[in-house]
Every structure is written in structure tokens, then in C-alpha cells.
Write a protein that binds this ligand. Sequence first.
Ligand SMILES: [Zn+2]
Ligand SMILES: [Zn+2]
Length: 156
Amino acid sequence: MEVANESHSTQHAQDSKTYEGGCFCGAVKLTVSGEPAGMGYCHCESCRSWSAGPVNAFTLWKPDAVKVTQGAANIGTYNKTVNSYRKWCKTCGGHLFTEHPGMGLTDVYAATIPDFPYQAGVHVNYQETRLRMKDGLPKMKDFPKEIGGSGITIPE
Ligand SMILES: [Zn+2]
Ligand SMILES: [Zn+2]
């Protein structure tokens, strides 16, 4: 309130920092606020196919922590399944985030929010990996139990 354009709130005692991000061309901008529910790398075939990369660095947020601040009308959506609504910029094709209604979480790709202090905590869907990453973090066969997976970890 006191400081216009300050990127984090000064009104609340709790830490609710806000980080800005956006698409490749800048037509779409968004913010994430507070703390993510989880961070890590996904090695699944769907992430690989859609991202055209070997792994996907994800940050998971409650939907109301993610706000599109510019270019909302420029966002395209594709859902192959009811579990994942994938969002991208219609101008540049740059990926933005994926909504997972079943989990009640939104995955904002770490690369979309470059100033956010991304720190992976886990690898998921490692049974599908094409790029082994020996960083000492847990390697889940699929997903943790808390979000409906087997909870099984496998070797790096
Ligand atoms: Zn764009
Ligand atoms: Zn994935």
C-alpha cells in the first residue's frame, strides 16, 4: 500500500511474495504468489511430448495463487484428458501452465517464472525417464501417494 509497484505485499505478516512470469513473446504475463505446494521434475511421456524437452520442471500452486495479469484472451487451451488443461500463448506458442483440476493444483513451468527461486524436491514418473538425473533427490516411480500415485521410489 505504501509502496506502489512493490512486488511483494507489505500488508501481511506472512510471507506472500509475488513473482512475475510470462510467455516467450511477452504478450501474456502472469504472477504466482506465496509458496508452491510442490516443485520438481516430471519425466512422463506427456510432458516430454508437449514440451518438446526431455523433462519438465514444474511448480505446483493452488489455482488462486496464479493470476494472469496481461493477455488472458491470448491464451490457448488444450485438454487431451480431464486431468490436464494445457495453456499456451496463441502468438508465440510459448507454454505457460497446466491446470490439474483433479489435484486442485496448477503447474506453472519453472521456465515461465524465471525469477522464482525454483528448487526441485522430487522427480516424478521416473519410470518413463529418457534423461537420468543423478542429483540425489527421490525418484518416484510415478507419483507420491498423497496425490494418488504408488509412492514407490526407484533407483536413479
Ligand atoms: Zn507469447
Ligand atoms: Zn509429466
